[in-house]
Ligand binder design. Structure first.
Ligand code: EPZ
Length: 429
């Protein structure tokens, strides 16, 4: 497996440009299945997950023009060749399940291999299926697949027991071509939902309320060609904010949307880090600042994002004092704790709570990335740990961060990718 060799680095300094959002572009790519005309998508990040979705769309019969060197994708799902994508591809990425709503709405049928759980939790799909059934789909759940079929979906009132991001997106896409009006209550409010709704409305969909807990979708007959620019990645933004903080550096983050990272800004300020929203970008300064501990509770948007939990924890291990973290979104998102402890961090967990005794010196170690955000957290810890840290299984990180090593080394980070075949993904294409 490829790994990152991370050495203790000087405080990061300089500027970094944020790429398009992984969690916005994946549902937007799935939504192209709804439209027989050409969809031009801009600011697409070059990521493994995007490559997987390109392969899935191609197998479904769409023509995909991959100009990811210029962060562009053109997709035209003129006809759909199959509603049964192969297990081998879908099993690589949980977000593949987002093709179910569009396929069901456009073709009246979809048979998708069940998305596995992963390190952070069981990741059920019951809320997605509840929505499809409410719209009239017949659902058949096998041991390894789920099939949904309907002559024509109809509008429905759907209450989500949890504001699930994926379920909100899948149901919103399915409702776009349904007969009648669908209301999603207790919907997720993430910026990626708003970006998906904006993409669909540009194609002629009739969606109101995205970004609130109640979304209304009036079904339409068909959708038209569209050009769309994907929003910047708020979790990549947060990652570089925390990289500046943990190394006590000063970094200017360009192309970020401060509104999308309000909880991260608030928490960093509570710790004594300076965050300025300037005309050039978001300037994060921890150099020369006296920093203190704080408490974090992850919540659905607009609360503190679960995807920033491990990354913020790495920072808190370096701040003297006791910090408390509660993870309310996923049931098993502390896999990075044992890895950080191997580096000398003092962290005690109990179910979904963690108590960090910050300020203990970190030392390099061999650690493993269990999910993409935990991997980023371990790299950040490696930047301040004495000696060398080897972060293994970095394919997780490359799934979700464009040009990760390149962007960090330009800020002064000492990171080198070591791959068995010496073929560096980020440079290969
Ligand atoms: C999206 O995953 C993101 N992925 C995740 O980012 C992110 O952590 C998560 O939202 C929460 O913000 C993409 O957008 C591709 P959920 P998703 O459905 O949609 C429960 C990353 O790091 N649930 O909001 O799978 C579920 O078990 C990734 O980029 C049900 O109970 O998240 C979990 O506890 C990691 N039934 C909670 O909701 C369902 O039918 C949140 O899941 C669906 C979800």
């Amino acid at each position: 497996m490829a790994k990152f060799i991370v050495k203790k680095s000087a405080p990061l300094s300089g500027e970094v440009e944020i790429s398009g959002s992984k969690n916005a572009v994946l549902p937007i790519m799935a939504a192209t299945i709804l439209c027989p005309e050409k969809c031009e998508i801009r600011d697409v990040p070059k990521l493994r997950d995007v490559d997987v979705m390109v392969q899935i769309l191609t197998i479904l019969g769409a023509s995909v023009k991959d100009e990811l060197k210029e962060n562009k994708l053109t997709v035209q799902a003129g006809t759909i060749a199959t509603t049964e994508p192969p297990y081998g591809l879908v099993s690589k990425m949980r977000a593949s399940f987002l093709i179910m709503g569009p396929l069901l709405s456009r073709c009246g049928r979809a048979r998708i291999p069940l998305p596995g759980g992963c390190a952070i939790g069981a990741r059920p799909i019951d809320l997605h299926l509840k929505g499809f059934a409410a719209m009239g789909a017949h659902i058949e759940e096998g041991s390894s697949f789920v099939e949904a079929s309907a002559d024509k979906l109809h509008g429905a009132n759907i209450y989500l027991d949890f504001p699930s991001v994926g379920a909100t997106e899948n149901i919103m896409m399915a409702a776009t071509l349904a007969e009648g009006t669908t209301i999603i209550e207790n919907a997720a409010e993430e910026p990626e939902i708003v970006d998906l709704a904006s993409f669909l409305n540009k194609m002629g969909a009739r969606i109101k309320g995205a970004g609130t807990d109640t979304i209304k979708i009036e079904g339409v007959e068909t959708l038209k060609a569209v050009t769309h620019h994907v929003i910047p990645d708020r979790i990549e933004t947060g990652t570089f904010m925390l990289a500046a903080a943990i190394t006590r550096g000063e970094v200017l983050i360009k192309n970020a949307l401060p509104d999308h990272v309000k909880p991260v800004i608030a928490k960093l300020r509570e710790c004594g880090v300076e965050v300025e929203d300037t005309l050039e970008g978001l300037r994060v300064t921890a150099a020369g600042k006296h920093l203190n501990a704080t408490d974090i509770k992850t919540m659905p948007y607009p609360g503190f994002p679960t995807d920033m939990q491990s990354i913020f924890m790495a920072f808190l291990t370096t701040v003297p004092g006791t910090s408390n973290i509660i993870e309310t979104v996923f049931e098993n998102r502390f896999m990075h704790v044992s890895e950080l402890s191997r580096m000398g961090a003092s962290i005690k967990t109990n179910d979904r709570s963690a108590v960090i005794t910050g300020g203990m010196p970190l030392h390099g170690a061999q650690v493993v990335s269990t999910d993409l955000r935990a991997g980023a957290a371990l790299v950040l810890a490696g930047l301040v740990a004495e000696g060398t840290t080897e972060v293994d299984e970095v394919y997780h990180i490359e799934r979700g961060y464009e040009r990760f090593v390149d962007k960090f080394t330009k800020l002064g980070a000492k990171i080198v990718k070591k791959s068995p075949d010496n073929n560096s993904y980020n440079k290969s294409k």
